[in-house]
Ligand binder design. Structure first.
Ligand code: CU
Length: 67
């Protein structure tokens, strides 16, 4: 398991946070996801690698910053 913090600057509201959470959990149902709209940061604990997580968030329609 690894813990990632991924910056998603265009996460603007609770619905965005939910979409992102579902995108990550669609990839890894066991992932722990905490999407914070105020800081635009998504804290994720997962066994899936960071690139795959970023890709899932990008596919959900959000721009992902490296860190
Ligand atoms: Cu939103």
């Amino acid at each position: 398991m690894t813990t990632l913090t991924i910056k998603v600057p265009d996460m603007a509201c609770g619905a965005c946070a939910e979409t992102i959470t579902k995108a990550v959990q669609g990839l890894d149902p066991a992932a722990s996801v905490k999407a914070d709209v105020e800081t635009k940061a998504v804290d994720i604990t997962t066994s899936v690698n960071a690139d795959a997580v970023k890709e899932a968030i990008a596919k959900a329609g959000y721009t992902v910053n490296p860190r």
